[in-house]
Design a protein. Sequence first.
Length: 702
Amino acid sequence: MRPALLNPLFAPVTSLSGVGPKQDKLLRYLLGREETPRLVDLLLHMPSQVIDRRARPKIRDASPGTVVTLEVTVGRHRPPPPHNRRAPYLVYASDETGDVVLTYFRNPPGHVEKLLPVGSKRFVSGTLQMYDGLAQIVHPDRVVDESAFAQLSGIDPVYPLTEGLALGSLKRAIAQALAKLPDLPEWISPEVIRRCHFPPLREALSRVHQPIELTDVLPDGPFWTRLAFDELLAGQLALGLIRAQLRRPAGDRHAGDGHLRKKIIDALPYALTASQRQAAAAIADDLKQPVRMLRLLQGDVGSGKTVVALLAAAAVAEAGKQAALMAPTEILARQHIKTIATLAERAGMRVAILTGREKGKERRQLLAQLEAGDFDLVVGTHALIQDDVVFKDLALAVVDEQHRFGVRERLALTAKGEAVDVLVLSATPIPRTLVLTYFGDMDVSELREKPAGRQPIDTRAVPDSRLEEVMDAVGRALSAGKLVYWICALVEESEAEATDHLTNATKRFDSLRQRFGHKVGLVHGQMKGADKDRVMAEFAAQDIGLLVATTVVEVGVDVPAATIMVIENAERFGLAQLHQLRGRIGRGAEASTCLLLYHEPLGEISKARLKVIRETTDGFRIAEEDLKLRGEGDVLGIRQSGLPGYRIARSDVHGQLMTQARDEALRILKDNPKLKGERGEALRCLLYLFERDEAIPLIGAG
Ligand code: ADP
Ligand code: MG
């Protein structure tokens, strides 16, 4: 149970004044939450910069291009002429030294009149510009009267926003949330507080959101650092608790005699790579140890993790027990079963699939068989962790693409058996330094070599002004019988992202279809599972040659004959995502080409990303570069998938802090593994605050 003390922070943002259904929607999007965000989410939304509004020159002395706060008397208004709505609304204002024009474009009727009544005194803040020899401020950031001005700080934090959400309304909401912050007990030990000079939580939060000095919002300043430490400590503590739980003695071991594994290996149309053999051997060894297995199998896309997972499942099946493989999407689960089923059946293993699509009688029958032990391996999605799914004797949980699942799901699956061994598959090569952050202390196997016979991928960046040429080239490839992916960033333009040059998949599908006729198919995330599968199958069978897709093909989809990929608006994708996407080609024996279509002008980061992706296909190197270019959450695709990730701590700034948080977590778990007493209470608060409370039920009440 969450300590009642925290309740005010977990109230929905809609309980704040000025936050209605529209803001709710925008805030969900901004904060990456599916449900209505809570006050705590606002408080953990960090500013991205500050604006210094302390400069208060007279109009005559104000320098163009700087942010100034002017004290003015409002003069006449000049609304746009009635038939020219594009013309700006101008307000003339002055002080004793000169005049300034306040300019508003496309403003709701009546707004400016109310904000700047003729003859009133106002404090106006914004960037001063010279236009036609006149001082002007376009859309002043702030317009307030004298009494409101007295309340305002001259230093103004600026937050990441989303279209439609005004900075002012976000700030008003954050200020209200701050005012509701209860007094929380200190969870950091006095030694650490002293050594690191950490300010108390309340001070840290208020100085970041209501800075007094310009440096207050710097990530390496004392206030942000304290909050980052809290977040990291919560993460490390949760992982430690879970690990203590999963690392319990293993009981009955499931090391089989190898007969099924031998049959599978004999049935393979290829030889295992050396690293696949090593990984399989390490797993077989883990399964004999007296503690449970907790192993991460990392391998770049196409490195062949599935067959290693199958061999692990075979090992427990040899011992008469069951295995489950959980994938994050329907497509992936089907893909796995396709790869696995033939091999497994040839070895005499009984496999089944369970996703959201198995329903009614079919599902009931499947569940009954699973409970009776009729299946050795079940492959599925989230559907596997529903309450009514019961195993006869689950001994191994394989979780694919782990970072798409929360720890909660992993625990839910392992809870379906006695002392279940855990194998986590990750296709996003994660730098070693981060494995710890995200997975805790796990054993790691890496599949570093690509299966034999893989061809390199020729990757090129092309500005979208050359779209016609690219279309022509695709046409030639199609006539030559090649299979082509065409990736778009969006399905439909959502309100928040409607920008002219962003191509959506549906639109692109229409235009390509006009050109190439029925050779063209479309898959995207909003389609029904069965429809997606049908189109994918047509593509695999080469009934269609060109597949327009959103990032649903990002993970795991396997059509080895596909050799060309066009990625539109490549500048919009993260490095990890580009790498994952490109991993869909270069899987067969033929050489592949990847064209990154980008929209000019390119920002610095996008330019750097495209360069990295052109230079290398080594996922581990790409992950390292990604880490340098962006925050940790992005490396793992956490922001995109909306899972709770790290919101405050940043790998570029807080690397050192990570080690300290880990040491502190280990010390806590050694001295107080059940989080008892006053300090334990405080630490439980911390875990709830950062949504790392999954493990609390495991240790019981304080
Ligand atoms: P991933 O690691 O991305 O999950 P998969 O397990 O889906 O990769 O394997 C990608 C493809 O490589 C599959 O078609 C699989 O049959 C094939 N494959 C796996 N191991 C080898 C190998 N040692 N030699 C050749 N092909 C292999
Ligand atoms: Mg895979």
